[in-house]
Design a protein around this ligand. Structure first.
Ligand code: CA
Length: 235
């Protein structure tokens, strides 16, 4: 059971989501307005936000951006966000990933699929928490140094700005340095998907990471591509 905030302005879908999530044992709160939802998240951060993209007041992307920017309050900035998009308002997934959504569902979707995604996100958040608790506090490789608990990455002594998923991916790759990782394994272990998701997500994050940690992102030496298979982190 988890505290879940559902933000959706379509009343029938809002009620359907409430019914199904409550039936799955969750404590569900509802909002149909982006501004109010942001206040609710800041006032009492839920464990997961199910967020519609098109909303009155503040849309899903703006809300996502505002939540992730609230770095003084990690319970707010780290809340998992599952975004709902309609087919006719489909945005480039990359835009959504950039503002920090964790997963997507395109309407119409089945409640079965929604519940599976919710479960995956909650489990991932829980695993993330426990791996942070049990992790060695500092990982280092060459000029990179990562303080896992503090979510800080230093390169040659300078702080790198990193989104949460980039950070998680880098930590995972470094902990498994020298081991070939398929895109599917990375999705499962870093994103927590229970299914074979959109592996392009992995490629996008690897590209962002390379831009930050490689001397020449076009000729990477740290996160190397193994053609047709995946990636390997080389110390
Ligand atoms: Ca809407």
């Amino acid at each position: 059971m988890a505290q879940i905030l559902v933000v959706e302005d379509e009343e029938s879908l809002l009620q359907t989501l409430r019914y199904n999530l409550a039936r799955a044992g969750h404590d569900v709160r509802l909002s149909s307005n982006g501004v109010q939802a942001l206040e609710m998240i800041r006032g009492n951060p839920p464990e997961l936000v199910v967020l519609d993209l098109m909303l009155p007041g503040l849309d899903g992307l703006e809300l996502c951006r505002a939540v992730r920017a609230d770095t003084l309050n990690p319970a707010v900035s780290h809340v998992p966000i599952l975004m709902l998009t309609a087919r006719d308002e489909e945005i480039d997934k990359v835009v959504g990933l950039e503002v920090g959504a964790d997963d997507y569902l395109t309407k119409p979707f089945s409640m079965h699929e929604l519940l599976a995604r919710v479960k995956a996100q909650l489990r991932r958040a829980e695993m993330g928490n426990s791996s942070v608790r049990s992790a060695p506090p500092v990982l280092s490789s060459g000029d990179l140094s990562i303080d896992v608990g503090a979510h800080r990455v230093l390169r040659d002594g300078s702080l790198l700005q990193m989104k949460r998923r980039e950070f998680d991916l880098l930590v995972y790759l470094m902990r498994h340095a020298g081991q070939l990782q398929t895109r599917e394994a990375l999705l499962r272990n870093v994103w927590g998907y229970e299914y074979v998701g959109d592996t392009r997500t992995v490629d996008v994050h690897v590209r962002w990471l390379r831009g930050k940690i490689e001397s020449d992102p076009a000729a990477p030496t740290r996160i190397q591509t193994v053609r047709g298979i995946g990636y390997v982190f080389t110390e």
